[in-house]
Design a protein. Structure first.
Length: 128
């Protein structure tokens, strides 16, 4: 009974996950969109692996059960990693106007100091 339900869920979620994965290879996405898509991929592959794990447990296949458990763990780890990465990027953007002004002033000062200074040259026509 459980195996009859888990196997189609495994194939459907895995198929949708691979479709998203292939689409991200060819689509021109921004950084934030790509991070969000990676998070959805981790969720879809996690659902597929979890359904596969339930199916493997139902048919009493030990090797497939271990393989699906590893896939579930990798999907959860990938989801956690992507969420942490997105949270760090959000923190950098949420600095505020005051911090952005400080960074802009620092960049302006660095550019001014990077300009070459005039060197000492003899006066035109020679100094007598």
């Amino acid at each position: 009974m459980i195996a009859d339900v888990a196997l189609p869920i495994c194939f459907i979620a895995g198929g949708i996950g691979w479709a998203f994965q292939i689409w991200t290879w060819f689509a021109h996405l921004g950084v934030e969109q790509k991070a969000q898509m990676e998070c959805w991929l981790a969720v879809l592959f996690g659902i597929a692996a979890l359904a596969g794990l339930i199916w493997a447990l139902a048919i009493h296949n030990r090797a497939l059960t271990i393989w699906m458990a590893v896939n579930v763990a990798l999907s959860v780890g990938s989801w956690i990693h992507n969420n942490r990465k997105r949270r760090k990027k959000r923190a950098h953007r949420a600095l505020g106007a005051k911090s952005r002004a400080r960074v802009a002033a620092l960049v302006r000062k660095a550019r001014e100091t990077a300009k070459p200074r005039p060197s000492l040259r003899p006066a035109p026509g020679g100094a007598s």
